[in-house]
Write a protein that binds this ligand. Structure first.
Ligand code: FAS
Ligand code: PHB
Length: 396
């Protein structure tokens, strides 16, 4: 580029979501150079309301990236979650079931904000509004990425391309179809989410199973709540005025909880489809898929963001081995190691989604089986411990 912009880096990262930003930060700390190309504006990326629960391993990675300060000062430590069904609330003690582990309630938006601030403070390069990004020649040893910025077609040469561009990104779409296998399950419902400046109804999260459908009571702070209700997959946000949402949420909660729900005008509403998805493998020559570009989980198990961090952990190890120790075989290990943890999180997310939601084809037998599973889960220390160790996050 004639204007003095960078034309070369070691790792070209596509996508400035949690995966791309965390990868960029940890590579920098390891002494590996990386440039990020992001399709959207910084404001657009920060405007997306998504995950809310961080596993300990994710917080550890933020600490390694030098970005955990606000998460520790503003995040909420949770040692339990509640299940609600048949009019009652049942607390599952996460810490007791996982040898003392807890989760941190801290919004993905804030994680993204902290990672962006750290990247800017260290003068690291992110090209926002990078259009028509194309990963090229990644089946050889000299890959490069082209993109359009300000109407000018540009090129960055690199040694490795990290596809951190989410489910709808260009990276996975650039892989030859015969080189990749995908596994997918689409659920016959979505989640209608609402954010409001109202105190959370309960100190810890509530996952509610009800004849009318699933509901989740979460939060972002002691004064900001995040709620979800299961909705038909074809619903649109305009089908859900605030009053309808609050009525449906309260209908799906135990009466004593419903009475305590404090409402306020929504400051954000969105509908997310639910799917389970995994691509295999995660490496294609010098192109590596990471985060939602590689897999999707239904948000019931609060695993999406945490799996992105998990992939970054394994990818940083592989790239550090390659760039700093000349260990080309380190690149070979990424896919197998990352996928082993991905599939365990896919299983838990699928199981918890299947347990807590109403399916159109449900019959009387299905409802009895779900009730028996819930009774077993809240009545057995072994079952609760199995839930807890998955919910707080399995070790790397
Ligand atoms: P992301 O999708 O966050 O980031 C990918 C980035 O790549 C985006 O900024 C995108 O603009 C950019 N990009 C895409 N194509 C590009 C291209 N061609 N060129 C350049 N850049 C490109 N997880 C939970 O745990 N709990 C939840 O409640 C939850 N709710 C969700 C709701 C929705 C609507 C969605 C879509 C996801 C939700 N998730 C949730 C999962 C979510 O948190 C993801 O797991 C997390 O964002 C993964 O981070 P990334 O892999 O970085 O992908
Ligand atoms: C959220 O707070 O957005 C959230 C929490 C737990 C989940 C899903 C979403 O399982």
């Amino acid at each position: 580029m004639s204007d003095g912009r960078r034309t070369r880096t070691q790792v070209c990262i596509i996508g400035s979501g949690p995966a791309g930003l965390l990868l960029g930060q940890l590579l920098h700390r390891a002494g590996v150079d990386a440039v990020i190309l992001e399709r959207r504006s910084k404001q657009y990326v920060l405007g997306r309301i998504r995950a809310g629960v961080l596993e300990r391993t994710t917080v550890d990675l933020l600490e390694r990236a030098g970005c955990a300060g606000r998460a520790h000062s503003e995040g909420l430590i949770h040692a339990g979650v509640n299940l609600a069904f048949d009019g009652s609330l049942h607390r599952l003690d996460l810490a007791a079931g996982s040898g003392g582990k807890t989760v941190l309630v801290y919004g993905q938006t804030e994680v993204t904000r902290d990672l962006m601030a750290a990247r800017e403070a260290e003068g690291l390069i992110t090209h926002y509004a990078a259009e028509d990004v194309e990963p090229q020649d990644f089946d050889g040893a000299r890959p490069f990425v082209t993109f359009t910025e300000g109407g000018v077609r540009r090129r960055i040469d690199c040694d490795v391309i990290a596809g951190c561009d989410g489910y709808h990104g260009v990276s996975r779409a650039s892989v030859p179809p015969d080189a990749i296998r995908t596994f997918q399950r689409d659920y016959p419902f979505g989640w209608m989410g609402l954010l409001a400046d109202a105190p959370p109804v309960e100190e810890e999260l509530i996952y509610a199973a009800h004849a009318h459908g699933f509901a989740l009571c979460s939060m972002r702070s002691p004064t900001r709540s995040r709620y979800y209700v299961q909705c038909p997959v074809e619903d649109r946000v305009e089908d859900w005025p605030d009053d309808r949402f609050w009525d449906e949420l309260r209908r799906r909660l135990p009466e004593d909880v419903a009475r305590r729900v404090e409402t306020a005008p929504s400051i954000e509403k969105s509908i997310a489809p639910l799917r389970s998805f995994v691509a295999e493998p995660l490496r294609f020559g010098r192109l590596f898929l990471c985060g939602d570009a590689a897999h999707i989980v239904p948000p019931t198990g609060a695993k999406g963001l945490n799996l992105a961090a998990s992939d970054v952990h394994y990818l940083v190890e592989a790239l550090s081995g390659f760039f700093l120790e000349g260990d080309a075989e380190a690149l070979d290990r990424y896919s197998t190691r990352a996928l082993a943890r991905v599939w365990k999180a896919e299983r838990f997310s699928w199981w918890f989604t299947s347990l807590m939601h109403r399916f159109p084809e449900d019959g009387a037998f299905d409802r009895r089986i779900r009730r028996a599973e819930l009774d077993y889960l809240v009545g057995s220390e072994a079952a609760a411990a199995a839930f807890s160790e998955n919910y707080v996050g399995l070790p790397f």
